[in-house]
Design a protein around this ligand. Structure first.
Ligand code: ADP
Ligand code: ASP
Ligand code: MG
Length: 401
């Protein structure tokens, strides 16, 4: 008996039948005597459909109005789930993000949670109500609606689990756990019984959307008891924790990220401070840069290439064009026909064979590597987007049998 936070993603609440299924999962846990807080996402493809609707009207809509629009998806789900639970005869109340006390900063479209005022939720729990909360949304200090970025309902759930000191946070989704690669793309992918926060954070950041990376970051910080499992099949999922049982696997997973653009500034002067100028200007615009490559100087010039998230492509190009004009570079090129494929596993830096195996698998499939970056826990390569799924499969097969 304790406090349990459950989160259900879009597929899990997609229609009336699925909502009744969720209502049964929630009320079964409630019947065990637990206090239940349930976070839901928008139904099915609702968020994508809302984005399409906005694009039909304005290709560069105001971020504030986008948040106003996108937050409606989750409001539909909370009310419908409350109706489903009520139909089963249990006390229930639905709350929007702001009613549930979610306060965020003002970064519309990717807001960060500043605080959660939990009084309202606690009041409802004291009355033994099942509390349904809209994920992905909050309010900034000007009382404007914000959203937390795609996949943000995971973060809403983990934040509630942390602030309520919940005994358990269960992320229900459309696969039955965290796999060594996306099980929809890689037939041989293996389900992991356990994974560490650090490995999961890396996998999520590198594109495994089964958990949002900010949710994992927060779960690690507050040591939330986190589990990923299926809403469609009743079986054990994956536990995400500080220390996982050591499986005899160096590589824990392979992930891909197709939302990447490579920008190259060609023919910049080969003098000290040039790289500083480009990257300081990018950072001043809050643009995160990922892989960076600088060519060897020739005839007093060099080329600098880097990758950014596709969302930041236009802003990064603007910065580089200004740099080109002021610093006298030759050209700015952009390629968004690329994808980043990564292998993740703790301690791989002390195993030189990992890079060799990964590059060998790509070579055997005639896939060209455009950029490489490594850290203690991952190796990433930039390749052609059209080869991304094949690359994930061959790399996965090379490491995980
Ligand atoms: P939800 O709507 O429940 O939040 P998401 O679509 O955001 O679900 O995330 C679940 C999806 O993540 C799965 O359907 C799967 O295709 C994908 N996925 C990518 N990488 C992995 C992985 N390593 N393990 C499990 N699922 C993964
Ligand atoms: N509905 C939002 C999205 O599709 C948030 C979420 O599902 O977590 O990204
Ligand atoms: Mg998700």
């Amino acid at each position: 008996m304790g406090i349990v936070v459950q989160k259900f993603g879009g597929t899990s609440v997609a229609n009336a039948e699925r909502l009744m299924n969720v209502a049964r999962i929630v009320t079964d846990k409630y019947k065990e005597g637990n206090s239940m807080v349930v976070v839901v996402s928008a139904q099915g493809d609702t968020t994508d459909d809302l984005i399409d609707k906005a694009m039909e009207i304005n290709e560069r809509p105001s971020k504030r109005e986008m948040d106003m629009l996108l937050s409606t998806g989750e409001q539909i789900s909370i009310s419908l789930l409350a109706m489903a639970i009520d139909k089963l005869g249990f006390p229930v109340i639905s709350l929007t993000g702001w009613q549930a006390g979610f306060l965020t900063n003002s970064a519309h479209g990717q807001a960060r949670i500043r605080n959660v005022h939990k009084e309202r939720i606690e009041k409802e729990l004291d009355q033994r109500k099942i509390v349904i909360v809209a994920g992905f949304q909050g309010l900034n200090r000007y009382d404007d609606i914000t959203t937390l970025g795609r996949g943000g309902s995971d973060t809403s759930a983990v934040a509630l689990a942390a602030i309520l000191r919940a005994d358990l946070c269960q992320i229900y989704t459309d696969v039955d756990g965290v796999y060594t690669a996306d099980p929809r793309k890689v037939p041989g992918a293996r389900k992991l019984k356990e994974i560490t926060f650090d490995e999961m954070l890396e996998l999520a950041t590198l594109g495994a959307q089964v958990l949002n990376n900010r949710s994992v970051e927060m779960a690690k910080k507050y040591n939330v008891n986190l589990e990923v499992l299926s809403s469609l099949e009743k079986k054990p999922g994956t536990v995400v924790k500080e220390v996982a049982k050591v499986e005899k696997m160096l590589v824990k997973g392979v992930a891909k990220d197709c939302n990447v653009a490579r920008i190259s500034v060609m023919g910049v002067p080969d003098t000290p401070g040039v790289a500083y100028k480009i990257f300081a200007s990018l950072s001043a615009k809050n643009i995160d840069v990922d892989i960076i490559l600088q060519s060897i100087g020739r005839e007093n010039t060099k080329d600098i290439s880097f990758t950014v998230n596709s969302n930041n492509k236009d802003a990064a190009l603007e910065v580089c064009e200004v740099f080109k004009d002021t610093m006298g570079a030759m050209a700015v090129l952009c390629d968004d026909n690329v994808a980043k494929v990564s292998v993740v596993g703790a301690g791989m830096q002390s195993h030189p064979g990992v890079a060799a195996t990964m590059f060998g698998a790509l070579a055997d499939s005639n896939i060209n590597i455009r950029m490489i970056s490594t850290s203690e826990i991952k190796i990433s390569v930039l390749i052609d987007k059209t080869k991304a799924d094949q690359a994930v499969r061959v790399i996965h097969d090379a490491f995980i049998h």
